[in-house]
Design a protein around this ligand. Structure first.
Ligand SMILES: *Cc1c(COP(=O)(O)O)cnc(C)c1O
Length: 167
């Protein structure tokens, strides 16, 4: 734990960040908290529009709700249960932040969705896809902030917890 400086926790953060190909990581008490501080770090507020996977995890929507940001729901692909590739006609207003959920190990074509939404910033919720690969990179490698959850039913079961990775 972080008690008395938490040298072991810091080491695990560093190793986890390295595994994903990022510079740094930060532990949280839950995946939900990691999403919330991720959005906060990206400057989300009541004036922000955040595009979000319509088939994501409820924690993403909760984080948006806490920041009072405006959601734009992206359509879901029936095969993969992640954002459909062509979202351009669904997004009328400028999007500040794209929050994608990599659901059930499936991977969103992030470049395509970033292009079509023209979002400035990316928050990647990789909680359900630790180890999945897109274009040679682990999921979580792309987000300005990327989050993982660690409760017992997640891929990395740690009892409870979450972690953010970033550069
Ligand atoms: C579980 C999960 C979360 C939230 O994690 P908690 O630790 O339960 O708060 C967020 N996103 C996804 C995709 C999850 O599966």
């Amino acid at each position: 734990s972080y008690w008395r400086g938490g040298p072991k926790a810091k080491l695990v953060e560093y190793r986890f960040a390295s595994l994903i190909g990022r510079k740094d990581a930060f532990f949280h008490n839950s995946g939900s908290a990691a999403l919330l501080t991720g959005l906060y770090a990206l400057g989300a507020n009541e004036y922000s529009t955040v595009a979000i996977s319509s088939s994501g995890f409820v924690a993403s929507l909760n984080a948006l709700y806490h920041m009072q940001s405006r959601p734009v729901f992206l359509p879901t692909d029936e095969q993969t249960l992640v954002c459909q590739a062509d979202v351009s006609e669904w997004v009328a207003n400028p999007v500040d932040i794209l929050l994608v959920t990599q659901l059930l190990g499936n991977v969103v074509d992030i470049d395509y969705v970033l292009r079509t939404t023209q979002a400035r910033l990316l928050l990647e919720d990789a909680s359900q896809a630790l180890g999945s690969i897109l274009n040679g990179q682990y999921v979580g490698a792309r987000g300005d902030v990327s989050t993982f959850a660690g409760s017992n039913r997640k891929l990395l079961g740690a009892g409870q917890g979450g972690i953010n990775v970033y550069d």
